[in-house]
Ligand binder design. Structure first.
Ligand SMILES: Nc1ncnc2c1ncn2[C@@H]1O[C@H](COP(=O)(O)OP(=O)(O)OP(=O)(O)O)[C@@H](O)[C@H]1O
Ligand SMILES: [Mg+2]
Length: 249
């Protein structure tokens, strides 16, 4: 559930890189750069609510990628004090006007009037972010300019664990490993029983490393043995269909 706080020790950098990595393909598909920047004194390990933090970052990244057509999405992490960290997600996207910006966290609110129809969504992501921020005793704020971009900043309390800080090589303005991964490093599992459909898809995805599963059972076996960046699931397949297999994964 989403209830109270679930604090535990975890590696902040891992959390950020794993979450950002899940957006790598989408960024590539839109031609957007993804960047992660750490302040030099950022602690490696902290105690905080890992799950809520992941969910917040995920929602902010999802928006940043959705509402940006050109440029980059930058994730910045900075230690503000021995008890507070700031997480920023900055984009060069469509932005929001001054008139609307204060309503973004409202339930179902979607800015941009007619243009918002171009972008899919229900208008609940930021409402969830705000609620999670509150549960973490953090603060979320946004600065945005129409047609220039938006910056969402989430400041949250943490407890330090150990003394380690982010190693020098990983610091400021360094490209994260994510953007250095080549398409061939991305593993896609195509679940498709029909040969010709499969060949069309595999050809379409030839820049990536693809493998095939011929039914839901096969998917379960393959995903058990190997981790894939993406599974493209056909719904109608023999043995175990795509919906069932997805539920199992
Ligand atoms: N990075 C951003 N750039 C421009 N506009 C944004 C950005 N993030 C949010 N918005 C605006 O705020 C609105 C609310 O965001 P929210 O995440 O709550 O909803 P959504 O993304 O439209 O739908 P959902 O998150 O439920 O899929 C968006 O519809 C959009 O108008
Ligand atoms: Mg959203």
């Amino acid at each position: 559930g989403q209830g109270g706080l679930e604090e535990k020790d975890f590696c902040l950098k891992d959390l950020v890189e794993k979450t950002v990595l899940t957006f790598d393909l989408r960024a590539k598909a839109k031609g957007l750069r993804l960047n992660v920047i750490y302040s030099a004194d950022l602690p490696v390990e902290i105690r905080a609510d890992q799950r809520k933090l992941t969910e917040i970052l995920h929602n902010l990244m999802d928006n940043a990628l959705k509402f940006t057509e050109e440029g980059e999405v930058k994730v910045r992490l900075a230690k503000l004090s021995d008890s507070r960290i700031r997480l920023q997600v900055k984009d060069t996207g469509i932005g929001v006007s001054e008139k609307e910006v204060w309503r973004l966290f409202d339930k179902f609110y979607r800015a941009g009037g007619a243009s918002s129809r171009k972008y899919k969504g229900t208008g609940l992501g930021l409402t969830l972010v705000k609620e999670l921020a509150r549960l973490m005793a953090g603060e979320i704020e946004v600065k945005s300019r129409l047609a220039e971009g938006s910056t969402f900043s989430f400041t949250f309390p943490y407890k330090p664990v150990g003394q380690r800080t982010v190693p020098r090589k990983d610091r400021a303005e360094l490209e994260p490993k994510v953007t250095q991964r080549s398409a061939k490093d991305i593993n896609i599992l195509i679940a498709e029983d029909d040969d010709s459909c499969y060949y069309v898809m595999a050809r379409f995805l030839r820049d990536y490393t693809t493998s095939r599963a011929v039914n839901g059972k096969d998917v379960l076996e393959k995903t058990k043995n190997k981790s894939y960046d993406l599974v493209l699931m056909d719904i109608q397949m023999p043995e175990l269909d795509g919906l069932e297999a997805t539920r199992e994964i």
